[in-house]
Write a protein that binds this ligand. Structure first.
Ligand code: 13P
Length: 255
């Protein structure tokens, strides 16, 4: 629980074969002295099994980018938490802004997914973050508090969950926000969590990550912030040398 978390979200970018190649390069490039970080790769659904065969021999965990909010049944085209568990996923991103925006994913669906993930022993990585207009309109804090609170409605028993703060307007921009701002949002998330859970639960069972244009050059500035326990990485996780650079920086930081 004390090591920084590094999650690579490959989004809809790599074919299964390409995913396997990238995963192999990442596994081969891991520091020989071992990794003092929790590393998770989230390929697309069709690539999960191929990547699982590569990561199973390493300390890297497998994650999904999403799943459906019902347990099973007539939901053509959807994938369940149980299916993910069977192919080796122990983590899943939930409520990414690209899904909230492009697929109209709602707070209530996200809440159902969080409960299902926990039921299948999958660590939920709940994404929250404001859009540019919301930020400009002074609604940033409200949006984040609402997204955190509604994702966790009725979620009372869990061994672990993760909240990733991803300001929507910096995703894929190539320039992150100020690390101090990420820390101040993490403080807001902590206060919001403390309205729901005991101090002990918040401190021991919930970790907060930052995501949005993270690379090997800026990662330390985020993880050096007291409340930020790791990063959710998009574009830079597709490039093995940069993702390994992130791992190396955080691993040497933790030693
Ligand atoms: P980028 O790192 O490409 O900005 O993407 C962030 C993200 O959306 C990770 O989930």
């Amino acid at each position: 629980m004390d090591f920084p978390i590094i999650i690579g979200n490959w989004k809809m970018n790599l074919t299964p074969h390409e995913s396997e190649m990238v995963a192999k390069k990442i596994v081969a490039g891991l520091p020989s002295q071992g990794v003092s970080a929790e590393i998770v790769l989230c390929p697309s659904f069709p690539a999960l099994e191929k990547v699982a065969r590569v990561t199973v021999q390493s300390s890297i965990a497998l994650g999904a980018q999403n799943f459906f909010w019902q347990e099973s049944g007539s939901y053509t085209g959807e994938v369940s938490a149980k299916m993910l568990k069977e192919v080796g996923c122990s983590w899943s991103i939930i409520g990414h802004s690209e899904r909230r925006i492009n697929l109209r994913e709602t707070d209530s669906e996200i809440n159902k997914k969080v409960k299902l993930a926990l039921a299948y022993d999958i660590v939920p990585v709940i994404c929250v973050g404001e859009k540019y207009e919301e930020r400009e309109g002074g609604q940033k804090d409200f949006v984040i508090m609402r997204e955190v609170t509604s994702a966790l409605k009725g979620v009372d028993k869990f061994s672990r969950l993760v909240i990733a703060y991803e300001p929507v307007w910096v995703i894929g921009r190539g320039e992150a926000i100020d690390p101090e701002e990420a820390q101040s949002v993490a403080t807001l998330i902590k206060y919001t969590l403390r309205d729901i859970y005991s101090h002990e639960v918040v401190e021991k069972k919930i970790q907060i990550l930052y995501g949005g244009s993270v690379d090997d050059q800026n990662v330390n500035q985020f993880v050096d912030q007291e409340l930020i326990k790791g990063v959710l990485v998009g574009g830079s996780s597709l490039k093995p040398e940069i993702f390994l650079g992130i791992i190396n920086r955080l691993t040497s930081n933790a030693n």
